[in-house]
Ligand binder design. Structure first.
Ligand code: ADP
Ligand code: MG
Length: 234
């Protein structure tokens, strides 16, 4: 069974008398443990689509299923609970808490969940810091870390509660090309290790080439490309 299924998904933003058709009736499926990219120019609908998959914003019409649950018409509270249980997020500007160390940033989501004992929490944070290659940066605060290191902390934080799905909206937009490629490589490595599905977006063709499945967005319409097709277009 697929992890995410979208059927005729539509998102309109209405401000005053003007409607923006951000997503114009798209269909797609995302398989468990896949490594997927949504690519398209600025304004093509990438964030709108990722926000719907992440249950941050409901579709206007259409059906969206995540991990077997119909999330299309979910209310605020149910959506928040669902996100906490199933989805991790990585952001373009890292969104780390500046007064907390790398260790404490990664630990933070676990502190919101009562069921973790301090010992188990400690082991979990240590193993994620190690998996993300930043065990030696544990005691540093975000302002003492490079952009690439900050994003590694953010990736570790997204994975610490063991979600099935991690969504990363332009996670490499604030990184130089080489660091960007290393972050994507890290995400793929963690997918291999933990079986987590990673969905990221970018407008950079070099970054998109690292995905196994690529969805191309153009003005709210979607087209799926397999890896071979992407490579033959370069
Ligand atoms: P991308 O992430 O690919 O740059 P977005 O999903 O942010 O694209 O935007 C898609 C379209 O929807 C754009 O035309 C954008 O201006 C519009 N849009 C996005 N968010 C809103 C909003 N909250 N209100 C009105 N229009 C929006
Ligand atoms: Mg965007």
């Amino acid at each position: 069974m697929s992890l995410v299924t979208a059927e005729n998904l539509v998102k309109d933003y209405v401000t005053g008398d003007v409607a923006v058709h951000a997503i114009r009736g798209v269909d797609f499926m995302i398989e468990p443990a896949s490594f997927v990219c949504f690519v398209g120019p600025s304004g093509s609908g990438k964030s709108t689509l990722l926000n719907m998959i992440g249950c941050l914003d409901p579709p206007t019409t259409g059906r969206l299923t995540v991990s077997g649950t119909d999330v299309s018409t979910m209310g605020h509270h149910a959506a928040a609970e669902f996100r906490g249980e199933h989805i991790g997020f990585v952001f373009q500007d890292f969104n780390l808490i500046p007064v907390l160390t790398a260790y404490e940033n990664v630990e933070y989501p676990l502190r919101l969940v009562q069921k973790w004992t301090p010992q188990r929490r400690h082991e979990r944070v240590q193993s994620l810091l190690a998996a993300a290659g930043i065990a030696d940066q544990a005691d540093k605060r975000p302002d003492q870390l490079s952009g690439g290191q900050k994003q590694r902390v953010a990736v570790a934080r997204a994975l610490v509660t063991n979600p099935e799905l991690v969504l990363a909206d332009e996670p490499t937009a604030n990184l130089d090309r080489e660091t960007a490629l290393r972050i994507i490589e890290l995400m793929r490595q963690l997918r291999d290790e933990f079986g987590t599905t990673f969905v990221f977006s970018t407008h950079d063709p070099k970054i998109m080439a690292e995905a196994e499945v690529t969805f191309v967005l153009e003005d709210g319409n979607l087209q799926r490309q397999m890896r071979e097709e992407v490579e033959s277009h370069e």
